[in-house]
Design a protein around this ligand. Sequence first.
Ligand SMILES: [Mg+2]
Length: 263
Amino acid sequence: MDLIPSNIRSLILDMDGVLWKSEEAIGNLPTIFARIRTRGLKVVFATNNGTRTPDQYVERLAGFGVKVEPWQVLTSSLVVAHLLKKRFPAGGPIFAIGESGLIAALTEKGFTPLAVEEAEKAQAVVIGVDRQINFAKMCEATLLVSHGVPFYATNPDKSFPTPRGIIPGAGAWFSVIVTATNVAPVYAGKPSPALIDEARRLLGTAKEETLVVGDRLDTDIAGGQAAGCPVAQVLSGVSSRGEGEAWRPEVDIIVEDLSTLVG
Ligand SMILES: [Mg+2]
């Protein structure tokens, strides 16, 4: 007996804190996904983490015994590239601070990521997490944004959890540019509805038929609600039951973990 309302036809699943915690699976993932298949639910995985490509996630999921297709994985990098494509349909040069997930997403949409020496030519700036970030990159991005070049970011997460504690997330890095220029970026990740809207487009299901599942209230749950979908909070990650019960608008389903949700 599962806890999913009978009208639900698809799931948009967050990964970190829902499927795994660092290197450890949360529950028996092959069994969980076998139940989801039996129930006839379509699934898209939606993550604010934009550093990896969908293929890298497909591989990671396969390592946990879950077989998925690359189209089922949506990252904030793919969605920021999608937002840029809407604004610049012909593609063009972009100054991107980010890792392979962001660079590949931009290239696939017909954009040309510029080296820091050529940043001046950019028609837009995009920032995500970049473990090779440095002073020159931040200077060029700040110069461009201060000159009025459109400013985008993958996601607004201020921090990222690791086994040792939190480290700076994309939001922490772009705050340097925001502080210097007083310009805020357009971002793709949750709680912006952009990531959920795009996931739902891939799934082809109506808002009320699409359940957004995540562990964080301020990103997953807020993003699902902003997109107009029912939401389920799992308690296997960051936010607690007390925080979930206090959240407004009310969280539709609060449940121990994904295994309990899909019964
Ligand atoms: Mg999470």
